[in-house]
Design a protein around this ligand. Structure first.
Ligand SMILES: NC(=O)c1ccc[n+]([C@@H]2O[C@H](COP(=O)([O-])OP(=O)(O)OC[C@H]3O[C@@H](n4cnc5c(N)ncnc54)[C@H](OP(=O)(O)O)[C@@H]3O)[C@@H](O)[C@H]2O)c1
Length: 267
């Protein structure tokens, strides 16, 4: 289980600090970039994508010195109270404060009925539900000090519209969705907790086992009223809205080009 802190530099500014889990690339990186552009200092968390995370931090630090750090850890650190405490300490040592926690890290793959294995259950529940909850709990005292907020990346399939063959993922995101609403109650009035539910906002990487061929992509596009796949900055935009929405808590914003209107579950 790796857990290291990189690129730490003395900080002289008093800008707010945002941690985005799983933010070396894709939607997480878009959130980091957008927040940094708005003046945030950012903590880029990654697990395997160390190179991409360091490249992103270097790029941001070139724009504004001492404004980005990388923390590398498998979110399985939450399974043990000592490793969770070490992870929390690393996060708080980065800039000495935390204003916004974004739960973005996720595993996503099908679990067809008949072949669901307990390892898949553990992995999908860990990244999509257990780690967000235990990390929120561990960081709550620091977020409270800043009157900060938590934003969770959910999914349009987390509520009423299950994605066929993805039962465990659907269940994990549904638990995460309920976490948002439960913690919004339990952390009020000090910390607001909200979520963003993407539809299809970036396709699986072309070299991944989730990659979609042209026909599959066209089928998805034709099911989306906006007639296109979304882009990661459109998710980042809603995350930053929720950060600033001082009277909004327990809310989940759907950002899917209208796709959930056309879905009755399934693909
Ligand atoms: N893509 C979409 O259109 C879409 C649709 C609906 C919902 N969402 C939600 O939006 C969020 C971002 O989507 P995405 O497609 O950009 O995510 P992604 O690329 O599938 O995953 C983001 C990162 O999660 C990290 N991660 C996974 N398991 C981890 C673990 N055990 N410990 C630490 N890090 C772990 C990985 O970091 P490393 O690479 O460093 O290992 C990965 O890069 C996710 O929560 C996703 O469920 C996305």
């Amino acid at each position: 289980m790796t857990q290291t802190l990189k690129n730490i530099q003395p900080v002289t500014t008093s800008a707010p600090v945002m941690l985005v889990t799983g933010s070396a690339k894709r939607i997480g990186a878009a959130i980091v970039r957008a927040a940094h552009k708005q003046g945030y200092r950012v903590i880029i968390h990654c697990h395997h994508s160390e190179q991409e995370a360091n490249a992103l931090a270097n790029e941001l630090n070139e724009t504004h010195a001492h404004s980005a750090v990388v923390i590398m850890a498998d979110l399985a650190v939450v399974n043990n109270s000592e490793t969770l405490e070490q992870f929390t300490n690393n996060i708080m040592q980065a800039f000495g404060q935390l204003d916004v926690l974004v739960h973005n890290a996720s595993r996503f793959y099908p679990t067809p009925l008949g072949s669901i294995h307990h390892d898949q259950w553990d992995e999908l529940i860990l990244s999509n539900a257990k780690a967000p909850l235990l990390l929120s709990q561990a960081l709550y005292p620091y977020l409270k000090m800043q009157q900060g907020c938590i934003i969770s990346l959910l999914d349009i399939h987390a509520h009423n519209k299950p994605f066929a063959n993805y039962t465990v993922y659907n269940m994990a995101k549904a638990a995460h969705r309920m976490m948002v609403q439960s913690l919004a109650l339990d952390m009020a009035p000090d910390v607001r907790v909200n979520g963003v539910a993407p539809g299809v906002n970036i396709l699986p990487e072309a070299d991944s086992d989730q990659a979609l061929d042209n026909e599959q992509q066209n089928k998805i596009i034709s099911s989306i009223p906006m007639q296109r796949i979304g882009i990661p900055p459109e998710i980042a935009h809603s995350v930053l809205y929720l950060v600033q929405a001082s009277y909004v808590t327990g809310e989940i914003i759907t950002v899917d080009g209208g796709r959930s209107l056309t879905l009755a579950g399934g693909h």
